[in-house]
Write a protein that binds this ligand. Structure first.
Ligand SMILES: [Zn+2]
Length: 400
């Protein structure tokens, strides 16, 4: 296929200052797009995925799962597109390919929204060598090796790595691909950093040296909590505004660490975000799943750290038909309901079921409102049998 990208590759050096991908040219992000997707997919590469991963498999998967939007690994400590930013480490398996761009184009053809995922929490050796001051420093003054991958270094989230380098990465991705947003993972740092930037900036802000205790009565610790949060919100605002300068309807989406568990002030987070992602994984010990929601809290009735029971409407269906679950019999993947007709004879209806609601079942097809279904003794009846039905009244809601 002669895409603009392959053309540019063939055209060689003369084309190098032009945008690589044509993805951004044909597509424009609609306003308010973030309220539309109901099902999100995320695809995160590892270094040797480029050239090996099956593009068509994933696009088919997105189609089969009716995904409306995708979050795709773009750049940060590793780039999965042909970046031109110096020291933006490209996957060694990237070659002349553009797996990120191929996925963006494929998703767009499926009518999906696409955001790029960035991850600035680590750096390779060449970046360390060029900018040793971008690396996080521990309390003993040592630069921090990555806890899981000893080839990598941990970066400082409050210094030039995020404010300068990642701003350029973010802008490049939005410019090249016209993505609907940029989601950043692990953008907020890991533990307190003692690098020269943190030391100097904190001293300028508070007049204190960086705190070395967690004592909440230590004025330096208290000032640090305020400064640390301010710095993170500053980089958040910076990335969001740079994204919007290029693509006004696109957004920065911070990984907010799972809502209420975040260290950040959720009120400000709510003001800054049109959309938030929760770390939506089932906790295998409790079976719980994390959800994030934004709602007004007049008078600050709800306070951090409180437990609350929350009921939320996650969907609404008008004129829904609900019947007791007991009335439904499953037989080899078919859902059957015994119905009593006007002559009090039994007919068996083949129905399509939807969600379960309490003890009831939503029926999407096969029944109409006002029909009488058999809830008790349905196992004893057959089609055509004459019955003497006893109507039940208090069945809905909360049928017991
Ligand atoms: Zn630092």
């Amino acid at each position: 296929m002669n895409t603009r990208r392959t053309f540019l590759k063939a055209a060689g050096a003369a084309a190098i200052s032009s945008p690589i991908s044509s993805a951004a040219d044909r597509y424009s992000t609609p306003p308010g797009w973030f309220d539309k997707p109901m099902r999100w997919a995320q695809l995160v590469f590892v270094e040797d995925d480029p050239g090996r991963f099956d593009l068509q498999f994933w696009l088919d998967y997105f189609r089969r799962t009716h995904s409306d939007a995708a979050c795709l690994a773009g750049g940060g400590y590793m780039a999965f597109y042909p970046t031109r930013i110096p020291l933006h480490y490209r996957s060694r398996f990237l070659g002349s390919g553009d797996p990120f761009g191929d996925l963006v184009n494929g998703c767009r053809k499926l009518g999906m929204h696409v955001i790029a995922r960035t991850d600035p929490h680590a750096a390779h050796q060449d970046l360390y060598d060029a900018h040793p001051d971008w690396i996080a420093v521990d309390a003993n003054g040592n630069k921090r090796r990555h806890w899981a991958n000893p080839e990598l270094w941990v970066t400082c989230a409050l210094g030039p790595m995020n404010f300068e380098f990642m701003t350029e990465v973010t802008k490049e991705i939005v410019r090249m691909y016209g993505v609907d947003g940029v989601f950043s993972n692990r953008w907020a740092g890991h533990g307190q950093c003692f690098c020269e930037h943190c030391r100097r900036n904190f001293e300028q802000f508070s007049g204190y040296d960086l705190p070395r205790s967690n004592d909440p009565h230590d004025p330096a610790r208290r000032a640090y909590i305020v400064w640390h949060e301010q710095r993170l919100f500053e980089v958040w605002r910076l990335w969001d505004s740079e994204i919007r300068k290029i693509n006004p309807n696109a957004r920065f989406i911070a990984n907010s660490g799972g809502g209420a568990l975040s260290e950040l002030d959720m009120k400000t987070v709510g003001e800054l975000s049109d959309i938030l992602f929760a770390d939506r994984q089932v906790d295998q010990t409790t079976g719980a799943i994390l959800l994030t929601a934004q709602f007004p809290n007049p008078g600050n009735v709800l306070r951090p750290g409180e437990y609350a029971k929350v009921r939320a409407i996650i969907a609404s269906q008008h004129d829904a038909l609900l019947i007791p679950q007991r009335a439904v019999t499953e037989l080899q993947g078919n859902y059957l309901v015994a119905v009593v007709n006007a002559e009090n004879k039994v007919e068996i209806a083949n129905v399509k079921v939807g969600d379960r609601v309490g003890a009831l079942w939503l029926i999407n097809e096969g029944l109409t409102a006002g029909q009488r279904v058999i809830a008790d003794g349905s196992m004893k009846v057959r089609s055509g049998m004459q019955v003497n039905p006893k109507p039940r009244t208090a069945a809905i809601p909360g049928e017991k």
